[in-house]
Design a protein around this ligand. Structure first.
Ligand SMILES: [Cu+2]
Length: 506
């Protein structure tokens, strides 16, 4: 059955986790849309992507990367996005199944789509200069790949600063044997926005490249110092600013699953749901032993799923832009009544904070014991705007060589004055925590002076990007390679964006 509705307005799931579409979904759409009094027109609704009826035989979802105009607060902005939607359409699939999502490039620049967190076949990874040549304007690339693991993921352009425009969207892989029981699920994409307000992301990058300084007023003790490169004019939930918040609607007493995705370029968020505690069930797509907290910090590229039994009323879903004095904001509504103001300060924001040590994986997700250790130092050059992995920049990248089948321990030692959300393509690693096994993840935050150990099992051959998911740091050099066997030199790849030149195909 195919239903047409805004994907963030809710979807009912049976007690056994089967997807129930139809009447409820249609009702949720009506309830979830802004009222007639809402002064801002809603973002064009992602309609009939086919993704809701994907069990078994999903239809392809074509991604048209193209310019669009979007209204954010008082700003009318020309940006780039997929299918005239911000965020792009929800793509959903079932674990073990195949996603087909051809890309049509209607931009004036070459582009790719990267499927963040998926242990994907190498040639489908969307990594320019590593897994493919970026698709030129007017071109097309037929992405089709198997999704081995259930969980919450997202997709985004991997060319230059493009993902800091609107070129991102959610990817949800359902578990055919979903062990959790919940009634409704909401997908929540967080973003920091500057495109069309402070200039284009490329222009902002150029400004940062011309300066050795960092904005010392952007500070967070949770992140160990300066928290980001840019104070953004807007922070978004599902493409909406705090003044015109998205409303997630359900009935009181329902158990809701929230899938929180940080699609921002430069902002960690501290997330809390007013009036509720959150039972975290997944980190970066992988199940963890459920742990109940008041709040969590989510870095760029990370995802957390949590469950909450919804109280009766209207509740703020707050995502503080950590250390930046602003926020993204949405509402959870189970009853009529006045919505809380966008600057409400739920006590949960200062309550019990999730740590990586709280996250325990399923036994089946533990990786083998590593047989060797590799040190990767995260550094900053005196220029203040070049970020390195083992003293090397993306143009001549550090390459971590692995042999197929081995498991290695990578020690990420942050010698730089800023935190870095480090992301590895094509694999999920296991964070090593004192006293036990840590979570499976694909993105891990490393604070200044901190050492984080991750175990990586080499089971997906290719040349894989390994980089900071702060988009500015990525473009300022913080990009290395995890490669299988000796390097193979190939010429003629790359996009001229400075990433991965010289690294080859497999
Ligand atoms: Cu970084």
């Amino acid at each position: 059955m195919l239903v047409t509705h805004t994907w963030w307005s809710g979807r009912r799931v049976s007690r056994r986790g089967l997807i129930v579409t139809g009447a409820f979904a249609a009702g949720a759409r009506l309830l979830g849309k802004p009222s007639a009094a809402d002064p801002t027109p809603p973002t064009p609704a992602p309609l009939s992507s086919g993704s809701l009826a994907s069990a078994g035989r999903p239809r392809p979802v074509t991604l048209h990367a193209r310019p669009m105009t979007v209204t954010l607060g008082e700003h009318t902005i020309n940006t780039w996005a997929y299918n005239g939607q911000l965020p792009g359409p929800l793509i959903s699939a079932t674990a073990g199944g195949v996603v087909r999502a051809p890309l049509v490039n209607g931009l004036t620049e070459a582009t790719t789509v990267h499927w963040h967190g998926i242990q994907i076949a190498h040639h489908m990874d969307g990594a320019p200069g590593y897994s493919q040549v970026a698709t030129p304007p007017g071109g097309r690339f037929d992405y089709a790949f198997r999704v081995p693991d259930p969980g919450t993921y997202f997709y985004h352009s991997h060319v230059g600063m493009q993902a800091d425009r609107g070129l991102y969207g959610p990817l949800v892989v359902h578990d055919p044997r979903e062990p959790l029981s919940y009634d409704v699920e909401f997908t929540v994409l967080l973003d920091d926005w500057l495109d069309g307000i402070l200039g284009t992301p490329d222009e902002v990058l150029t400004q940062l490249n011309a300066s050795a300084d960092h904005d010392d007023t952007l500070r967070s003790t949770l992140l160990g110092g300066v928290t980001g490169e840019v104070r953004h004019p807007l922070y978004l939930v599902n493409g909406r600013g705090p003044e015109t918040p998205v409303t997630f609607t359900a009935r009181p007493g329902r158990r809701a699953r929230f899938r929180i995705i940080n699609a921002a370029a430069d902002t960690a968020f501290r997330v809390a749901l007013g009036g509720h505690r959150m039972t975290v069930t997944h980190a970066d797509g992988f199940a963890v032993k459920p742990v109940t907290v008041d709040t969590f910090l989510i870095g760029m590229g990370e995802r957390y799923d949590f469950l909450a039994r919804l109280e009766d009323g209207v509740f703020p879903l707050v995502a503080l832009a950590e250390g930046k004095g602003a926020r993204a904001f949405a509402l959870v509504r189970t009853a009529s009544g006045t919505a809380p103001a966008a600057d409400v300060q739920p006590t949960q924001l200062d309550g019990q904070l999730l740590t990586y040590r709280d996250l325990r994986p399923r036994r089946a997700d533990n990786l083998p014991r590593p047989t060797r250790t590799v040190l990767v130092e995260l550094g900053m050059r005196p220029s203040g705007n070049e970020w390195t992995l083992n003293d090397r920049l993306a143009g001549d990248p550090y390459r971590l060589q692995v042999e197929r089948g081995e498991t290695i321990r990578v020690v990420l030692a942050n010698l730089s004055p800023m935190w870095h959300p480090m992301h590895l393509h094509g694999h999920t690693f296991q964070v090593h925590v004192p006293g036990g096994h840590g979570p499976r993840k694909d993105t891990v935050n490393v604070k200044p002076r901190e050492r984080v150990e991750i175990d990586v099992q080499a089971r997906n051959p290719g040349e894989w990007m390994f980089h900071c998911h702060n988009l500015y740091h990525q473009e300022q050099g913080m990009m290395g390679v995890l490669g299988y066997g000796p390097p193979v030199r190939v010429t003629g790849t790359g996009t001229g964006t400075g990433s991965g030149t010289g690294m080859g195909h497999h």
